[in-house]
Design a protein around this ligand. Structure first.
Ligand code: DGJ
Length: 671
């Protein structure tokens, strides 16, 4: 048996013939006892691999209940070669018939309880091998009483909606076949067996799938990995492919505890960049859409600066041919008609107002109406001369091609080198449709070159903050979270809709990644109006931005906005670096998020429901029970002082009125 240990959990596996099986996954010491996965009784009409808690199985070893690796033409079997304890664990397997060599890796991310798993598949044989399934890992959960599966689903403008389903037998699957993470599901699944929650996420920005199989003997096995549907991966002799990292986490503290594991892990992925103060941005998209002019943007910048905004981001519409969404993508030259004194002079004018400058790009895209497409029609994804499909009037460039990669990288280098750009918003507004299936690894080629460009930008332009965006939240995953500074969860910025989206986002992704703007948008799903304060407290739950047409705000609104921006700046280190406890949620009488960092606690609370009769009938304050305070210590919030015990067992009081529907409370530990 081999055991690897994280901060407070451990993961133990053992070899059984040519398989590596899970023995235990839970708190330190959990492996010290008989394995809950041990099988007794006879295996009937299946193979032992079908009922085992196998860590990773080729289809010849587990033919019936879901395998992780398969090749075209025959069932794959292998023999176990070696197991090494090196930076975690490494096991190697070999198939003498095809010549495939597979290395499996397990390791805990330093200082966390998240176990990272991946596989390296190498063709050591004389002929090409086509992989038709290429999972990253299988995670086994004992579910004798069935499994409660929690996931995040949605669509454009409604991303990260929490959902759950009960699985006692059979299969549940989520994923994307779009060549991008997608709006429909986040690559996240949690399995609750009634005693603890086990979660998985995937670090991949192409097509993916997460599949849960519940067998007859009380085991739920979750397969995590890329989806190769329609785009198998062919390895020539001597070639290898490394799967994306599948991450697994255990929590004895429910879904919220699991969320904290993901947050800590993603803070680790951010590394040193987490120490950079997240700047308050203004983004002009909702105010001006494509109607970008230097004067119009500077009018917004004047007011943004007066509100305390630190970075001014010009969104779509700044480049030639971009008066609407029918043209321009690919031609990344500032439009001289929109910036008559030159783009450099415009950027200087923004900076002269004390603001850093930010710019929107969508570098993997091209409109048919563009000079780039006229010059390189062969750069877009296409299939055998068939008609091309447009989505939002645009085509997708085949970033897997070397010349497209060079074009994207040099375009961005040139923009960042020509102007003092401190913030880059990278958008992606259409999934892949056409695909030339003769390419060895179509999805992988695109995604890996995306990562290469992002890694290059970080190395060559380290001061630039990068925001990942894809028509809202279609590119939110561990891999993007590791390569960008912040992610845009949704184009829906309406208060009660956004509250739900952000609540779901925080189940799987950390607040330092959650970009959020204050706008004047009306709800698409919940139209009830909310105050400006509500919108500010909501956008302060992650990285604050403003996206409203602030030229239309009254002097009172601007004064109120300036005071919220100032308050956010006082607490942003706690919000983006703190430990998160969600209290209640949208649709409940309690709806708040507690952030704790050192001696400081910040509570953001919203009225997500009604007004309890507005004092015309007896009512009581809403209480928000806080977590993980010192029960014997005292905490001060303004004039009020509470004991930790009171705050945890009775709760922080809030009271809503017609005009007071949200609050930001800072509690300081008294010495
Ligand atoms: C989609 C993004 O999600 C929006 O924020 C905005 O940048 C538009 N694209 C611009 O076309």
């Amino acid at each position: 048996m081999w055991t690897i240990a994280g901060a407070s959990t451990e993961y133990a596996v053992a070899a059984t013939g040519d398989r590596i099986d899970l023995v235990a996954w839970g708190p330190h010491g959990v492996g010290d006892g008989p394995s809950p996965f041990a099988v007794h009784g006879k295996v009937q009409y299946m193979l032992p691999g079908d009922v085992a808690a196998v860590e990773y199985a080729p289809d010849g070893l587990r033919p019936f209940l879901g395998a992780d690796l398969a090749v075209a033409g025959h069932a794959l079997t292998w023999r176990l070669d070696s197991v090494l304890e090196t930076d975690g664990l490494a096991a190697t397997f070999a198939d003498e018939v095809s010549g495939l060599r597979v290395a499996l890796r397990w390791r805990f991310a330093p200082g966390t309880d998240v176990v990272e798993r991946w596989a390296v598949v190498h063709n050591d044989g004389p002929s090409p091998v086509t992989l038709t399934r290429l999972g990253s890992a299988g995670f086994c959960v004992p579910t004798p009483g069935g499994a409660e599966l929690s996931y995040l689903c949605g669509q454009w403008a409604e991303e990260f909606t929490p959902a759950s389903t009960r699985l006692t037998r059979g299969r549940f699957e989520i994923g994307s076949a779009q060549g991008v993470t997608g709006h429909q599901f986040a690559p996240y699944l949690a399995v609750d067996n009634g005693d603890a929650v086990y979660g998985v996420e995937l670090a991949w920005t192409g097509s993916w799938q997460i599949t849960a199989d519940a067998d007859a003997a009380g085991l739920t096995r979750v397969r995590v990995g890329r989806s190769l549907d329609g785009a198998p991966v062919t390895l020539a002799p001597g070639e290898s492919v490394t799967t994306p990292v599948a991450a697994g986490a255990y929590s004895a503290d429910g879904l919220d505890g699991l969320a904290r594991q993901w947050h800590a892990y993603q803070r680790g992925l951010a590394g040193d960049r987490l120490a950079r103060t997240p700047k308050v941005i203004y983004n002009s998209w909702e105010a001006t859409t494509f109607d970008v002019t230097a004067d119009g943007q500077l009018a917004l910048a004047d007011i943004a600066a007066s509100l305390g905004v630190e970075t001014f981001v010009v969104d779509d519409g700044w480049f030639v041919g971009r008066d609407d969404d029918h043209g321009g993508l690919g031609d990344w030259t500032p439009d001289p008609a929109k910036f008559p004194d030159g783009f450099g002079a415009f950027v200087s004018a923004v900076r002269a107002r004390g603001l850093e400058f930010g710019l929107w790009v969508e570098p993997e895209m091209v409109n048919p109406r563009s000079a780039l497409y006229a010059a390189h029609p062969d750069w877009v994804y296409q299939a055998d001369g068939r008609p091309l499909t447009t989505i939002r009037n645009q085509y997708l460039l085949d970033l897997g091609r070397r010349e497209v990669f060079e074009f994207v990288r040099s375009t961005l280098d040139s923009l960042l080198g020509s102007y003092p750009i401190a913030y880059l918003k990278w958008d992606f507004n259409r999934p892949r449709t056409e695909a030339d299936r003769s390419v060895a690894d179509l999805d992988g080629a695109h995604v890996r070159n995306l990562y290469r460009v992002l890694d290059h930008l970080r190395a060559a332009h380290p001061a630039v903050t990068i925001e990942g965006c894809a028509a809202g939240g279609a590119r939110v995953d561990l891999a993007m979270g590791a390569r960008t500074d912040v992610l845009w969860p949704s184009d829906n910025t309406a208060p009660l809709d956004r509250l739900r989206i952000q609540h779901g986002f925080l189940s799987a992704f950390a607040p330092h990644l959650m970009s959020s703007w204050v706008t004047d948008a009306n709800g698409m799903f919940d139209e009830r109006s909310r105050s400006l304060a509500f919108r500010f407290v909501l956008a302060s739950a992650g990285v604050l931005g403003i996206g409203a047409d602030i030229t239309k705000w009254t002097a009172e609104q601007r004064a109120e906005a300036a005071s919220w921006v100032a308050r956010y700046k006082e607490v942003r280190d706690v919000v983006t670096g703190g430990v998160v406890h969600r209290i209640g949620g949208p649709g409940q009488s309690r709806c708040a998020v507690q952030y704790t960092l050192g001696d400081r606690v910040v509570v953001l609370a919203w009225n997500a429901g009604g007004l309890d009769g507005l004092d015309r009938v007896p009512a009581r304050d809403i209480r928000l029970p806080l977590r993980d305070l010192d029960p014997t210590a005292r905490y001060q919030a303004g004039d009020a002082v509470y004991s930790g015990a009171h705050l945890m067992s009775v709760g922080l009081p809030v009271r809503w009125t017609h005009t007071h529907d949200a609050d930001l409370v800072v509690l300081e530990l008294l010495g």
